[in-house]
Design a protein around this ligand. Sequence first.
Ligand SMILES: *Cc1c(COP(=O)(O)O)cnc(C)c1O
Length: 395
Amino acid sequence: MDLIAGIDRKLGQLAEQSLTRKLRVADSACAPRQVVDGRPMLAFCSNDYLGLAAHPQVVEALREGASRYGAGSGASHLVSGHSRAHALLEERLAGWMAPHLEQPRALYLCTGYMANLAVLTAFGADADAMIFSEALNHASLIDGARLAKAGVSVYPHGEVAALERQLADSRAATKIVVTDSVFSMDGNLAPLPELLALCERHGAWLVVDDAHGFGVLGENGRGALEHFGLRSPNLVYMGTLGKAAGVGGAFIAAHASVIELLVQRARPYIYTTAAPPALAHALQASLDIIAGPEGAERRAHLGALVAQLRDALRLRDWRLMASNTAIQPVVIGANEDALRVAAALHEQGLWVPAIRPPTVAPGTARLRVTLSAAHTFDEVARLARALNELEKTAP
Ligand SMILES: *Cc1c(COP(=O)(O)O)cnc(C)c1O
């Protein structure tokens, strides 16, 4: 019992700081109108930015993929789990990213978390390598850097000049700069053109985690590289496929030699069962939509919803962060205040998550509002009204 008592003490400390997180059970498909714990809710939480997670064409493709390839892959990729569905998806993704990379090849992995571990541990495998990591990077990049044998140097958020000094002072044999393209809890963009110019000058790799850009940014939805019009042999691109693409998994696209190194050396790729091939098959339907006229329409609608929300919010003490993406955080400050507002929204049938440390810095607890092309203008207006009212009546 002492063992359990020790755990319960730790859990008690989290509760005292308003840091306990709670699982909610979704009884219906991911969509703005969702049944959660048995109750209808209007959700502003998911990263399903284009509304593809429950799109009939994607769901049908998943069914077709399961009929053709079965439920599971049965083994890791290098043993026998690499199916035609995986190979076709990788070919398509490589072709898709070709405007931005030299001799591109793509590799599909089970999750973005694992893709980031794969890239950083394979690139940072030697002690004479150095990883230069942006301060607000996603936890999976932080963990990848921790797991790598390379040294790690964190540069302050958005500060290209500070990174330049770090690069100039470094004697590392391999230099790897790594950044989120869209910061997941803030919604703003990294200065990728400046970062890439710096990397080219200093012979460094630039690893871009485009979890929140792929499918959404750029005229054709190819993500942050398309948005900024970037192309370079120094780029290593990571796009996740469980957010805007609505299914699951992630891919790395880079020069074919980089990808071959990952196939040979990246443990999060090698030592895990390949994702079900049906997912890769369903992703072809997602890519059809993202690349086609419907994708363009969905991106345009999402952009209009973002503008509508920013225009409609009238906040004095709470702070709407400077973001043009689907991530529209409202900073409230104290953990308990953010929780209280999220609970008040919940009472009204509005589901918005309160994000607290360690995901964000202490004192910057926030509501992380995310919009999706599946939302309507009326739904966004309802959220804006509720937030404006709640702030007015806040103690
Ligand atoms: C979600 C996310 C990941 C992880 O991707 P998964 O496919 O969900 O594992 C990586 N990086 C960023 C910035 C993310 O937001």
